[in-house]
Design a protein around this ligand. Structure first.
Ligand SMILES: Nc1ncnc2c1ncn2[C@@H]1O[C@H](COP(=O)(O)OP(=O)(O)OP(=O)(O)O)[C@@H](O)[C@H]1O
Ligand SMILES: [Zn+2]
Length: 726
């Protein structure tokens, strides 16, 4: 018997050993029994010397004959990921696979599409008579250029039948479609800064080189990525293009299709149907697709000819996975680029302070686009409107009302941005002051008027709107504050002739919705957009000329040290939607704290000043990126229980004197949002300037947690390396 170490989906840190009569190559998918269930596993190492009793080792049931193995560089990526994020390797491996490959069933490889052309003999044949016009059209199409079955079927639904006939006559040749066909030239002539940025990256083709493309909103970053991508793909290499969850818009996909019409492109994101995702994953893994576009999970796609990674909107929080395997895809992108010896381009108008800091130290090369790309476009004017002494009507001041009225009358497109969906963020009893909180979370229930519900935005709790106050019986309950639905309703009343469209998670439950919304906007069938985050990033609506920001002040009171950075990025992004083409843009921000540093930097539209000041503050406080952090979290039904487990570990480690001296420990403290979905959440922060020592202490904590978890059966724990949640 030969012994193999296998990765399977179990919450155990060591890999499990199974036996097979012959040596299986690493990366092979197999089926094994675990607790009497047949599950899939990946061979991680072969020919090992087991340290356990040989009689206890179970056999590998069968080999899943995929005709393909998970490659060595992919395995190295997963080994690194599991080690760095202190997560069980088997679970990390399974999390990185699409569902089809997580099951103990062989998966057929995707068929490579064929492209058909007339050969020399075919070309001298007479065309089918013109009266069979569809058949004739097919023939003419093939005479003109090679075509895929898909293309031919759009000419004649029975194309395959004729193709078969003509193939039998030996007039037609079929060949595999190339991953990257011809790439037409761009519609845009790149400006000088764009050209320079693209050229810099191209000179580093074939070697590891990390870049930060810092380009203001509307500066044409996408065109720069496309230019580099075209060049790399024409050399026969593959490109991985990562973008935030929210940015996978129909608009971006349309731009990709336009620019790369003959490139086999595969899309991987959480909404791709499971079967399709497996196919797409394999197309990338087999090198059939030259371009892979996806959200964070696409970072784990095997790509044999990887030649470039792009991370668009690199500052976006959605690159960090906040459950189970808590990885940061942007950071893994840099690791992967090093492994594949290729350039990686991180792009943003408001780079994360981590990435910006790295350009200061020469770790990343900085590329800049300082002007808007469209020849007539200018940055919008940003006005801070102090509302401390202004009367508000549904949260909106007279000045803003007038701005909106005038813009609607002029036929402009306005956007009203607020980061609150629902009707009102809280319901309040005027008589006794009672408010409605979520029983499971430390959060207020949000009023959803149309649905007749109070809903929690953090868990799935909801209840009908109560007719009266449960404390005092008062029937006069007040909706406090504004959500998108309420603003939408109010604007309909204020601007009766305007066509108003609300865009938030409630209005775009399905992907289809987004596509429709986008086309409605582009056809100029909307006068005012009301919406949240979903409207903030990445969109290019050329006629949008007025942006109004409501209720942004809330974020200023957060205790999270990253809150200012996040708010600044969010507001810069929102503002950046205005005035991107021929019309000039105006942005109005209502605030009660116009003197706050975030708003001052926003009004000046100066990322660099903001980043410099923020970094100075972080340095003084020893916060990331000047130190490395990890959070050890515990969740239990009571805060006491949650903190108790963390204290026990802390005491154990103290008694051993095992903690490196340069690692600081803070806590245990409750998380900022202490209660979530029925769990009280506590955490300890480990912080150090030395990454190796930090990871050493995480391992100490981990070992103790594993040791103590049996005596604390009701407490769950997890490790979050480089945490973003506080
Ligand atoms: N060289 C160019 N000449 C003319 N127009 C251009 C050029 N490059 C880009 N554009 C146009 O300018 C607009 C903004 O470009 P793009 O969307 O690529 O910017 P971006 O930097 O990615 O924007 P953001 O970060 O704000 O989403 C687009 O409409 C694009 O077609
Ligand atoms: Zn809740």
């Amino acid at each position: 018997m030969i012994y193999h170490q296998l990765a399977l989906n179990v919450p155990l840190y060591p890999l499990l050993t199974y036996a097979y009569p012959t040596t299986l190559p690493a990366g092979t998918r197999v089926a094994v029994r675990f607790r009497n269930r047949l599950v899939a596993a990946i061979v991680w190492e072969s020919d090992i010397q087991p340290e356990i009793d040989l009689s206890k080792i179970r056999p590998i049931e069968n080999i899943l004959s995929d005709g393909w193995q998970l490659p060595a560089d992919w395995r190295a990526l997963l080994s690194f990921t599991a080690r760095y994020y202190h997560y069980p390797l088997g679970q990390a491996v399974m999390a990185a696979l699409p569902k089809g490959l997580r099951q103990p069933k062989a998966v057929p490889l995707p068929k490579q599409e064929h492209i058909y052309s007339l050969n020399a003999l075919g070309r001298i044949q007479p065309a089918p008579p013109a009266r069979y016009h569809k058949q004739n059209a097919l023939w003419q199409r093939l005479l003109a250029a090679p075509a895929t079955l898909h293309q031919l079927k759009t000419i004649h639904t029975q194309a395959s039948q004729y193709l078969k006939q003509w193939q039998q006559q030996n007039w037609i040749e079929a060949s595999h479609i190339p991953a990257c066909g011809s790439i037409p030239t761009s519609l845009h002539q790149l400006n000088q800064q764009q050209q320079q940025a693209s050229a810099e990256v191209q000179t580093k083709c074939g070697q590891f080189a990390p870049f930060l493309l810092y380009g203001i909103t509307g500066s044409g970053k996408t065109e720069v990525y496309f230019d580099i991508m075209a060049n790399i793909m024409q050399q026969g290499k593959q490109v991985l293009f990562l973008l935030p969850e929210i940015n996978l818009t129909p608009q971006l996909m349309q731009r990709v299709r336009q620019r790369f019409p003959h490139t086999v492109t595969t899309v991987l994101h959480s909404q791709t149907a499971a079967g399709q995702r497996t196919t797409n994953y394999l197309q990338a893994a087999l090198g059939q697709a030259a371009l892979v576009i996806g959200t964070r999970l696409a970072i784990f796609t095997p790509m044999p000819n990887l030649g470039l990674i792009v991370v668009d909107e690199e500052h976006d929080y959605s690159f960090k996975q906040e459950s189970e395997l808590r990885y940061q895809a942007r950071d893994l992108a840099v690791w992967r680029a090093r492994q594949a010896a290729c350039p990686v381009v991180l792009g943003s108008a408001t780079p994360s302070l981590e990435s910006w800091y790295k350009t200061r130290h020469g770790d990343y090369q900085l590329l800049q686009l300082s002007e808007r790309a469209h020849s007539n476009a200018q940055l919008p004017q940003i006005h801070l409107l102090d509302i401390r002494r202004l009367p508000l009507d549904n949260g909106i001041s007279d000045i803003i009302k007038q701005k909106l009225q005038t813009n609607v009358a002029r036929g402009g497109l306005s956007m009203v941005y607020l980061n609150r969906r629902g009707f009102a963020p809280a319901l309040f009893c005027d008589a006794c002051g009672h408010t409605f909180g979520c029983p499971n979370c430390s959060a207020k229930l949000v009023l959803h008027q149309h649905a007749g519900q109070l809903r929690c935005h953090h868990c799935d709790f909801h209840q009908p709107i109560p007719p009266s106050c449960p404390e005092c019986g008062n029937q006069d309950l007040t909706a406090v504050g504004q959500g998108t639905q309420r603003i939408e309703e109010y604007l309909q009343h204020l601007l009766p002739s305007a066509r108003i469209l609300r865009v938030d998670r409630d209005s775009t439950a399905h992907r289809q919705d987004w596509s429709e919304i986008y086309h409605t906007i582009m056809r100029k069938e909307v006068d005012v957009l009301v919406g949240t985050q979903m409207l903030a990033k990445g969109h290019d609506f050329p006629h949008l000329n007025l942006v109004v920001v409501l209720n942004a002040d809330n974020s200023l009171y957060s205790a999270d040290f990253r809150a200012p950075e996040r708010l600044f990025a969010e507001l810069m992004q929102v503002s950046g939607r205005a005035g991107r083409a021929d019309c000039t843009g105006e942005v109005w921000v209502q605030t009660r704290q116009p003197e706050h540093k975030v708003y001052q930097a926003l009004a000046a539209q100066n990322y660099v000043t903001f980043a410099t000041a923020e970094l100075a503050e972080r340095q003084e406080l020893g916060m990331p990126p000047f130190s490395y952090m990890a959070a050890i979290r515990a969740d239990a039904h009571t805060m006491h229980e949650a903190q108790q487990l963390l204290r026990q570990v802390q005491q154990g480690i103290e008694q051993q004197h095992a903690l490196p001296a340069n690692v600081n420990v803070f806590g245990p403290v409750p998380m900022l949002m202490a209660r979530l979905a029925g769990y009280e959440r506590a955490q300890v922060f480990l912080e150090s300037k030395n990454r190796r020592d930090l990871h050493h202490s995480i391992s100490l904590w981990q070992n103790w947690l594993l040791h103590l978890e049996k005596s604390n059966p009701h407490t769950r724990w997890l490790i979050d390396v480089d945490p973003l949640e506080m």
